[in-house]
Design a protein around this ligand. Structure first.
Ligand code: DX5
Ligand code: ZN
Length: 222
C-alpha cells in the first residue's frame, strides 16, 4: 500500500493568511498543493489559473497538483509551465483526446493523472495505463467546495485499487477529491486511496490547520 499523501485544496485557503499557511504546510511536510482550475464550461464555476500557479511556485517549494476541470485540456497544458514532479490531472469526460492530453503533460515534464467523475466507469482507464502516474477519483461532482460525499464512490475506490493491482500497476496512485472529511478520509484510505485533496471539510475547517493535519495523519495510522 502506497503511503498516504496530503494535497490541501488552495481554493479553500484563507487569503488573509496565505503566506503563513504556505509556511506551515512546508514545516509540516505537506506533500502537494492542489490547484483547482475551472473554465465555467466543463464545470459551472471559475477558480484558479495560470497566474496563480506561477505565484504559488514563487511562494512555496511544495510541488503543485493541478486539477484541470476544463474542456480540451490537450491544447492548454503548455499554458501552465508545468514543473518536474508536479501532478497534472485531466478529466476523461472533458476531451475526445485523453491520450493526447496525458502525453502533453508527460512531454512538459509533469506527472500525468486521469480524473474521473463519480459516474464515469473505470474502463475509461483501459487503454491509458501506460500514460499515467495516478488516477483522480472525484468523490463529489466537480465544481464546488463544501459538497457531500457520493456514497458509491467509496466502493469505486476499492474497485479502482483492485483494477490497478490486477493489471500490474500497484505503483499508480489513487487521489480522492471531494468531502475528504476526517471520517471520510479514514474510509477512503481503508478502500485504497493514497493522495487526499483536503478542503473545507478537514484541513480548512476552523483555525487550527496544524491540528487538522495531525488529526488526518493520526486517522490513517490508527
Ligand atoms: C474541487 C475541489 C473541491 C474542494 C474539496 O475539485 O477540490 O472538491 O476543494 O474540499 P471539500 O469538498 O472538503 O470542500
Ligand atoms: Zn480538485
Amino acid at each position: 500500500m502506497l503511503s498516504p499523501l496530503l494535497s490541501p485544496s488552495m481554493m479553500c485557503v484563507d487569503y488573509a493568511r496565505f503566506t503563513e499557511t504556505l509556511a506551515l504546510f512546508a514545516d509540516l511536510g505537506v506533500e502537494y498543493l492542489h490547484v483547482d482550475v475551472m473554465d465555467g464550461v466543463f464545470v459551472k464555476n471559475y477558480t484558479l489559473g495560470t497566474d496563480f500557479c506561477r505565484q504559488l511556485r514563487r511562494l512555496s517549494p511544495i510541488p503543485l497538483d493541478i486539477h484541470l476541470m476544463i474542456t480540451e485540456p490537450e491544447w492548454k497544458i503548455a499554458w501552465f509551465d508545468v514543473q518536474p514532479g508536479e501532478f497534472v490531472s485531466v478529466h476523461a469526460e472533458a476531451t475526445d483526446h485523453l491520450e493526447r492530453a496525458l502525453a502533453a503533460i508527460r512531454q512538459a515534464g509533469g506527472r500525468p493523472m486521469a480524473a474521473l467523475n463519480p459516474a464515469t466507469p473505470l474502463c475509461a482507464l483501459d487503454y491509458i495505463l501506460d500514460d499515467i502516474d495516478a488516477v483522480l477519483l472525484m468523490t463529489v461532482n466537480p465544481g464546488f467546495a463544501g459538497q457531500r460525499l457520493i456514497p458509491a464512490t467509496i466502493g469505486k475506490i476499492a474497485d479502482c485499487r483492485r483494477y490497478l493491482d490486477e493489471r500490474g500497476r500497484p505503483d499508480i496512485r489513487i487521489e480522492v477529491d471531494g468531502n475528504v472529511s476526517f471520517e471520510n478520509a479514514r474510509r477512503m484510505r481503508a478502500a485504497g486511496a493514497d493522495l487526499f485533496v483536503c478542503g473545507s471539510s478537514s484541513v480548512f475547517s476552523g483555525d487550527d490547520l496544524a491540528g487538522n493535519i495531525r488529526k488526518l495523519r493520526e486517522g490513517w495510522n490508527a
